[in-house]
Ligand binder design. Sequence first.
Ligand code: ATP
Ligand code: MG
Length: 491
Amino acid sequence: MQRSLSQIPAEVLRVTEKLQKAGFEAWVVGGCVRDLVLGKKPNDWDVTTNANPDEIQGLFEKTFYTNEFGTVGVVNEGIEDDTLKVVEVTPYRTEGRYSDARRPDTVVFSHKLEEDLKRRDFTINALAFDPSQNKLVDLYDGIKDIKDNRLRAVGEPRERFEEDALRILRAVRLSAELNFSIEELTKEAMKQTVSQLGKISKERVRDEFIRILNSPKPMKALLLAHSMGVLAHISPELEQGVGVLQNQAHKYDVFEHNMRTLQHAADKEWPLIIRLAGLFHDVGKPKARRWSEEKKDWTFHGHEVVGARMVKKILEGLKFPRETIDLAERLVRWHMFFSDPEKVTLSAVRRLINNVGREHIDELINLRICDRIGTGRPKEQPFRLRKYQSMIAQALQDPISVGMLATDGKRVMEVTREKPGPRVGWILHALLEEVLDDPAKNTAEYLEKKVVELAALPPKELQAKGEGGKEKKEEAQEEEIKEIRKKYFVD
Ligand code: ATP
Ligand code: MG
């Protein structure tokens, strides 16, 4: 364990050493020490010291204030690694009274490391390490909790969550990222104080929510959040799906199906947008559910329209960026696309691509994959899906046509003084045939020379060449489709 603590980068050592040479104490502290012990690469590096903000700033060339708590950002110049560009140095703090469950009314600097560790959220985050003495300070048995994969509040849990309700979300997020359990008393205290989450800004809720979604086990974390009343502060709309049974094709209620769809996106390590769309794709189902006497089953007609509206509102409420909101809305809106490759037409595929956007069609397919797995069906039905994907590739393909040529009808008429008519078309198709055989010939210079030769041919001969070119075009198109089908293994 001590060995992993020796992995502190030079950019951080530079900071602690400089402080110590100037006669101050300096400790690497908090989440980065936790991550080192876990053998993970820290997201950011924090140092705590008994120097005050002015003293810190006096020691380093390039610094800036990062917040109102006296934190000084020490800049490392010319560093590639984003996590090391700024080392945050904060004076030892004790905190004053909290009257808003969010930030201390006053920040008081302290002379004691112990005071600073006491105000930290969880035992695993209350570790301090001095590299010059190779000394670890662990006043709350954080190392043992790391070994036992357990999150435990420092001190009296209820007080700690009442001071700062963001810690409730941090607990869920850290347990998701680290795959740690939450110790019972800590969990109890979270449940008792959960209503305080209403005081936390939407931006902070969003940031923790994103980290939960991006963790390896978001479903487990959100189920935990649900059981503790935390999810209701993120998206109560999701909870409307609890106990909402679906039709016979589904094993799970709407809530669990949404969760499983999200989890598959995480299992595939797909990006946030798929996870978001997966989690919310059926959020409109509880509102759209109707009983069909004819089918003797539930129906959900239009749930994707209701759901798209809902996801827009939910993500707006959580202050997601406009681009993310628009795309999530679109993916939810079109997730029900008809995909039976035996029956779907190429023009329907083109319409779908138009609706979600060329560059997002793969995301829609991936959402569909997650949706299927989320129903509890054993397979993704790879063959049918690949067949559908080959149709998408076909629809996306630029058509083989005279439009590919480095010249056009207008230029042909200028060069040859031909009138508009079939002869211009024959000339262009004759050129296309040559270019398909040898793409290197597709230059304005070569083609113009060729145009003159073609225009001089007897009419019958030109016509024959032109028609030969059209056939060649069709063959090339078929060839291309075959290639696509081969690529998706659908032949
Ligand atoms: P990560 O860097 O992965 O987000 P972290 O635990 O390091 O996780 P930071 O925001 O970097 O989180 O905070 C650094 C340290 O500051 C924490 O490890 C913890 O000791 C302390 N800390 C952060 N937020 C709080 C809080 N709300 N209450 C108490 N201590 C906190
Ligand atoms: Mg950190």
